[in-house]
Design a protein around this ligand. Structure first.
Ligand SMILES: Cc1cc2nc3c(=O)[nH]c(=O)nc-3n(C[C@H](O)[C@H](O)[C@H](O)COP(=O)(O)O)c2cc1C
Length: 178
């Protein structure tokens, strides 16, 4: 996908790597994207919103606008990273109770490419509900980067040691190939 001057919405969920989301911003900007950060409400506790706003030049969004506020521009592509168990399951089921999920709810129908890079442990990833969610999203054209060579779930309790190795670059590589 040609990214020059296009808008990439990065949805950040409440998992360990969220505090390093600036790394994805740098990679995306190097690819020519204008980046808009959208945080789930719990992710606000994980990120340095002021630093991300400085880096992107845009306010971090977390809530729906009020009816009188102007609409935000529509994204050309969306990356969800780190994507939690919670948000992946809700996205698959069509739940739209946060601003981030509202954007995701419409994206497949609007033809907006969506790349999901999970950060989940093996106990969560083994749940039938989660496996069904991943299949459901893939059947709708969402690229879920879970499996060998992509994100591989870790042993419960070990996530904190794996934040540095989180493969942010895979999400952008996938968009380049989209
Ligand atoms: C310190 C901490 C680390 C967490 N790490 C993860 C994680 O790696 N993966 C995950 O799916 N949930 C993780 N959670 C749980 C999520 O934060 C929780 O399910 C939250 O409701 C997710 O909300 P969101 O999907 O709207 O971001 C963590 C919670 C805390 C407090």
């Amino acid at each position: 996908m040609n990214s020059a001057g296009k808008l990439l919405s990065v949805i950040v969920c409440a998992a360990g790597p969220a505090g390093e989301a600036g790394r994805l911003v740098t990679l995306a900007q190097d690819d020519g994207w204008t980046v808009q950060i959208i945080a789930t409400p719990p992710a606000l506790d994980f990120i340095d919103a002021a630093a991300l706003e400085k880096q992107t030049g845009r306010p971090v969004r977390s809530r729906y606008r009020t009816p009188g506020e102007p609409k935000s521009p529509r994204a050309d592509a969306i990356i969800v990273a780190p994507a939690t168990y919670n948000t992946i399951n809700k996205f698959a089921q069509g739940i739209s109770d946060t601003y981030a999920l509202g954007l995701l709810a419409e994206a497949p129908g609007l033809g907006i490419p969506v790349v999901v890079l999970p950060f989940v442990n093996s106990a969560l990833a083994a749940r039938t509900a989660f496996r069904r969610s991943v299949e459901q999203l893939r059947s709708e054209g969402v690229r879920v980067l879970l499996g060998p060579g992509e994100f591989e779930p870790h042993t419960p309790g070990s996530g904190g040691d794996l934040i540095d190795a989180y493969p942010w670059q895979l999400a952008l590589q996938t968009l380049r190939q989209a």
